[in-house]
Design a protein around this ligand. Structure first.
Ligand SMILES: [Zn+2]
Length: 505
C-alpha cells in the first residue's frame, strides 16, 4: 500500500512539473528576452546551489571525520578551551565500574582519581604531563559534553562547567585484576582479546605507576638519569624476541612451501649442526623421532632450525609481512610498536637457523602476537583490537557506539584450522600440557626467549587462546621478563587467566 501511495504522489508531481513547463513555454513565446535572462538566473542559481552543496558536504565530512583528528590533538588550543569549559568525563569498565573520575572539591579544584591505582595504570593511562592509554584514546570524547541541553544552557548562564561524556571501555575488572596478579612481581605484559570482536578485555604492563600520584612522581619516570621504563606500555609498545612462539610463523611458511609436509620426519638428538653452527634443544633435551606435529608440540629447536634452512627466504618474509610484521598494526589503539622480521638471500645460515626458532633479530610486540592468536581462533579473520566501546552522557544515554571492525582475513580459514590443530597438540601432547582443562579447550605455543648473554635469564612466553562448549573465546599473549631458566612461567600465568575467565561466566 505504501509503495502505491508514493507512486501516486510521484505521478502528481510529474503532472505539476509538466504543467509548469507548458506555462513556461507559453510565456517564453511572448517574451524571448526574458527567457535569456531566466537562463542566466538559472545558471547562477545552479552554480550557487552546487557551491552550497559542496560546502555542506565538506562541513559534514569535516565534522564526522576530520574534526576528531583535528580536535583530538593534545597541542590543540581548542582542547584547552574545552577543558576550561568541561569537567573531564569518567572512564568506566565494561560493567560500568569507575576506573577514572574527576573529583571537584568546594573550591572547584579538580583532581583525577583512579580507584584501582596501578592495576589499570597502562590500560586507562593518565592525563597530566601529556596523556596515555584510554585517557589519550578517548580524550576528545571525555571533554565533550552531551548533557541535557537545558542543563548545559543553565550552566552557560551560571558560568558553571558542563559534565563531560563518560567513556565505557571493553575492560573487564576481575579479568584485569587476575592478569595483574598472574604477572606477579615480574616485568612484562599480558593482553587478552575477544577474537570475534577485537575487544581488549584486559591489558597489563609492568613495571607500572600509580596514576593517582603520577604528577608528583613525574621526574622519577622521565629524568635523564632515570632508568625507569614504568611509563612504557609493554603490551602495545614493548618489543621482544618471540622465542619459540615464532615457530607458528615458521611452521605456516613451511606448510605453504611443502605439499609433502605430512611426510616430515626428524630424529632429534638434542643438537643440530650445520656448517659448523650448532643449535640445541631446550635444556639439551633429545626429542627422538618426530613428525611435524611432534616437532611443534615439543618445540624442537633442532627440527625447526633445519626447517628454516629449507625455506625459500623471500616466501618466508612475504608470509611474515602478511602476518603483520614490519608495518603498523590495524587497531584503534594509538602509539603501537612495529614488529620486525627480515631475512634476505644474503643472510647467514646461522641467522636463518636462529630466526626460524624465534631468536636472531626478530622482535614482536605482545599486542601483535595476541592479534595473530585472535585471528587463528576466529578462523583467520582479524578483528581490530579496540578498548573504547561507547561514550555516554552524564544521564547514561549512549552518544557514540564503536562497533567491531574487521581487518579482513589475516590468513585463510584452512590455514587457521591447520594452526588450530598444531596449537591444540601443544596442549594435549606438548609443552602446554598444564592448560588441559575440563571446562575449556586451550590452544597455543610456548616460548622461551634468550635475550642476553646471561644464560640464567630468559623471557617466558605463551601465545594462544581457549574456548568453551558455548563458543566463548579468549586470546592471550603473555610475556614475563627475566625469569630463571628451566622453569615455565607464562603457561601457569595463562592457566590462572583461562581458569578465571571460564569460571566467571
Ligand atoms: Zn629437539
Amino acid at each position: 500500500m505504501k509503495g502505491l501511495k508514493s507512486h501516486q504522489r510521484n505521478d502528481e508531481k510529474e503532472v505539476e512539473i509538466l504543467d509548469f513547463n507548458d506555462k513556461d513555454r507559453r510565456s517564453h513565446r511572448k517574451e524571448p528576452k526574458k527567457r535569456g535572462r531566466n537562463k542566466e538566473y538559472a545558471i547562477v542559481t545552479y552554480v550557487f546551489l552546487t557551491l552550497f552543496i559542496c560546502m555542506t558536504a565538506y562541513l559534514i565530512y569535516f565534522m564526522q571525520v576530520k574534526s576528531d583528528d583535528f580536535i583530538n590533538n593534545s597541542y590543540n588550543a581548542r582542547l584547552a578551551t574545552l577543558a576550561d569549559q568541561t569537567i573531564r568525563g569518567d572512564i568506566l569498565a565494561n560493567d560500568g565500574t569507575i576506573l577514572a573520575k574527576t573529583q571537584v572539591d568546594e573550591q572547584l579544584n579538580e583532581t583525577r582519581y583512579y580507584p584501582y591505582g596501578r592495576v589499570f595504570a597502562h590500560a586507562v593511562g593518565y592525563s597530566v604531563n601529556g596523556m596515555a592509554g584510554a585517557e589519550l584514546d578517548a580524550n576528545y570524547n571525555l571533554l565533550r559534553s552531551n548533557s541535557f541541553i537545558l542543563t548545559r544552557i543553565a550552566n552557560e548562564i551560571a558560568g558553571h562547567k558542563n559534565q563531560g561524556d563518560d567513556v565505557v571501555t571493553t575492560l573487564d575488572v576481575s579479568l584485569q585484576q587476575t592478569c595483574y596478579d598472574a604477572l606477579g612481581s615480574y616485568e612484562g605484559a599480558i593482553i587478552c582479546i575477544e577474537p570475534s570482536t577485537g575487544k581488549i578485555l584486559a591489558m597489563v604492563s609492568k613495571p607500572d605507576y600509580d596514576p593517582n600520584t603520577i604528577a608528583q612522581n613525574w621526574d622519577t619516570y622521565v629524568s635523564e638519569d632515570s632508568d625507569s621504563t614504568a611509563l612504557l606500555n609493554r603490551a602495545t609498545q614493548g618489543l621482544y624476541a618471540p622465542g619459540s612462539t615464532f615457530k607458528i610463523f615458521t611452521l605456516l611458511s613451511y606448510l605453504h612451501q611443502n605439499s609433502q609436509a605430512s611426510d616430515f620426519y626428524y630424529d632429534c638428538n638434542g643438537t643440530y649442526t650445520y656448517e659448523g653452527y650448532s643449535m640445541h634443544c631446550y635444556n639439551g633435551k633429545a626429542h627422538g623421532s618426530e613428525n611435524l606435529m611432534d616437532a611443534f608440540g615439543n618445540s624442537c629447536n633442532c627440527a625447526f632450525s633445519q626447517i628454516g634452512l629449507e625455506l625459500d627466504i623471500s616466501g618466508y618474509n612475504k608470509l611474515c609481512n602478511q602476518l603483520l610484521f614490519n608495518q603498523s598494526l590495524s587497531t584503534a589503539l594509538k602509539n603501537t610498536a612495529v614488529s620486525r622480521m627480515s631475512l634476505s638471500k644474503d643472510s647467514s645460515k646461522s641467522l636463518i637457523m636462529q630466526t626460524a626458532i624465534g631468536q636472531g633479530e626478530t622482535m614482536v610486540s605482545p599486542l601483535h602476537m595476541a592479534m595473530v592468536a585472535s585471528a587463528i581462533a576466529n578462523q583467520g579473520e582479524l578483528m581490530e583490537p579496540y578498548i573504547i566501546d561507547h561514550t555516554q552522557n552524564d544521564g547514561g544515554t549512549i552518544v557514540k557506539q564503536f562497533d567491531p571492525v574487521s581487518a579482513g582475513a589475516l590468513m585463510s580459514k584452512a590455514d587457521a584450522q591447520t594452526l588450530q590443530q598444531f596449537m591444540r597438540y601443544v596442549v594435549t601432547n606438548g609443552t602446554g600440557s598444564l592448560l588441559n582443562s575440563d571446562t575449556y579447550t586451550a590452544y597455543g605455543k610456548t616460548g622461551t626467549a634468550e635475550f642476553s648473554s646471561n644464560k640464567n635469564q630468559d623471557h617466558s612466553w605463551f601465545v594462544g587462546y581457549a574456548q568453551d562448549a558455548n563458543g566463548r573465546q579468549i586470546a592471550v599473549a603473555v610475556v614475563m621478563e627475566s625469569v630463571a631458566s628451566g622453569g615455565s612461567y607464562a603457561v601457569p600465568a595463562t592457566k590462572t587467566i583461562f581458569d578465571h575467565y571460564f569460571a566467571a561466566y
